[in-house]
Design a protein around this ligand. Structure first.
Ligand code: BTN
Length: 243
């Protein structure tokens, strides 16, 4: 289902915008848009997503789940598990997930995930476009990314085949998405926890204060123990590391 069809484009502003247009025109669930390069790649919280032509896997996937809008955030965690499934099998990298969905090698970001949901005024999900960027062949990163990002080539010494990573990723998303549709995040929770780089670390809470991340619940919310038995449930990030 995921990857039928795949639109392979050369240079676009953002695969998210291209697929949003196709979604409005009625494209079926599973439609994928990939590009060799983005001139205005988008990251979460209004950040941009930098790439160098032909160095990254850049794609967006159209999903049409019949779930409540409140459940859409779980797709971030579902896709992070799928990205780490695919990268671990194809590259041997032991990926870690920083809650909710950054996929890391060591403490550097290898992949970012951006879910854009379109909902009706009565709270129904019309569609979700999940954008995924994976750094594959970069030898270096510019500016502040130099200390934050990494690529498969930098970690393993080899640039992987982009099409191979793409098919492994689409197969992994297909499997994990079906699992989520049939049994909810609870069915993937153990897989997310196994790969977590956040549980057991001190984090700063979005609304101030800090604590130790102790678990994710069956809805994918992060549970942070602030001490004295006070546990905060965090539904959306970021939770920066605290010293
Ligand atoms: C993040 O901030 O971590 C999310 C980054 C998501 C980047 C991908 S690349 C393919 C797709 N198109 C975009 O413009 N953004 C996403």
């Amino acid at each position: 289902m995921i990857g039928a069809p795949v639109h392979r484009l050369d240079v676009v502003d953002s695969t998210q915008s291209v697929l949003a247009r196709l979604a409005r025109e009625g494209a079926p669930e599973g439609t994928v848009v990939t590009a060799r390069h983005q001139t205005a790649g988008r990251g979460r919280r209004g950040h941009s997503w930098w790439d160098e032509p032909d160095s990254s896997l850049l794609l967006s996937i159209l999903l049409r789940p019949t779930v409540a809008a409140s459940q859409v955030a779980q797709l971030s965690l579902v896709c992070a598990v799928a990205v780490s499934d695919a990268l671990t099998v194809e590259t041997g990298i032991a990926c870690r997930i920083r809650w909710p969905n950054d996929v890391l090698a060591g403490d550097r970001k290898l992949s970012g995930i951006l879910p854009d949901a379109a909902c009706t005024p009565d709270g129904r999900v019309e569609h979700v476009i999940v954008g995924i960027g994976i750094n594959l062949a970069q030898r270096a990163f510019p500016g502040e990314l130099a200390d934050l990002a990494t690529s498969v080539r930098l970690v393993t010494g080899r640039a992987p085949d982009r099409r191979r990573i793409e098919s492994a990723l689409l197969a992994a998303i297909d499997a994990r998405y079906r699992q989520w549709l049939s049994s909810g995040f609870a069915a993937l929770r153990a897989a997310w926890l196994e790969r977590s780089g956040t549980i057991g670390t001190r984090v700063r809470l979005p609304e101030g204060g800090h604590g130790v991340a102790v678990d994710v619940d069956a809805d994918g919310a992060l549970l942070v123990d602030g001490g004295a038995g006070h546990v905060t449930r965090v539904l959306s990030g970021p939770v920066a590391a605290a010293s």
